[in-house]
Design a protein around this ligand. Structure first.
Ligand SMILES: [Zn+2]
Length: 219
């Protein structure tokens, strides 16, 4: 360390803040004045404490709003820290060999087809039992999902489709089937993940036969 003492590096004059300021007001004041903390005074001007940027950060992380939480995709990306742009994701995919090792094969992507059943965010084959007649709405239309899976398939990337509802699972299998027809059999194994509910195929034999010919269709 050098020989400076506190008196050499401190900021003067002393800028105090009132004890009734909110976090936003404190933050913009600190930025404005280029300081990272300040003594706090009460209504009578008495020194009652110290507040710093660390305190603001610690008490400022807001929970996601109900609306934000509804969108699974946004929710997971937001809770992992930040949102990636399409360009950033394309760049990561193009650069994926960099992340490969004996233990890691960076050749798949996860796609959320649905969210949680509250608020009809999960597609089911049968309508919801509340009499609303709703079947639930997923993240993609069947045509959109087929395009997405076909695109990754063509790049040699397997998809990992998160599907809670049997409607989503069916859409995933239909997409795989359509992509096999469109791209030919790439040998890439696309998957339905975190499956909670699947409608039964008519029979196991039917499923096996269809798998060989054109993919197992859940009905
Ligand atoms: Zn999942």
């Amino acid at each position: 360390m050098n020989n400076l003492i506190a008196a050499d590096v401190m900021t003067t004059p002393v800028l105090t803040v009132p004890d009734d300021w909110g976090m936003d007001q404190l933050a913009s004041y600190f930025v404005d004045k280029n300081i990272s903390g300040a003594p706090v005074t009460d209504a009578t001007g008495h020194l009652v404490g110290v507040v710093t940027m660390t305190d603001i950060v610690r008490h400022s992380s807001m929970p996601l709003s109900q609306d934000e939480a509804r969108d699974t995709h946004e929710y997971y990306l937001a809770s992992s820290g930040r949102l990636y742009t399409d360009e950033e994701m394309d760049a990561q995919i193009a650069d994926r060999a960099r992340y490969a090792s004996d233990m890691v094969e960076p050749n798949f992507v996860k796609i959320f087809l649905d969210g949680t059943p509250e608020g009809y965010q999960v597609p089911f084959v049968e309508p919801y039992s509340d009499g609303s007649g709703e079947h639930g709405l997923g993240k993609f239309s069947p045509a959109e999902l087929q395009d997405i899976v076909a695109d990754f398939d063509a790049q040699g990337i397997a998809t990992f489709m998160h599907a809670v509802g049997d409607g989503s699972a069916r859409m995933a299998l239909d997409a795989i089937e359509a992509v096999r027809e469109r791209n030919g059999d790439s040998g890439i194994r696309h998957r339905v993940a975190h499956l909670v509910l699947a409608a039964q195929p008519a029979s196991v034999d039917d499923c096996i036969v269809n798998t060989r010919r054109r993919g197992c269709r859940i009905r």
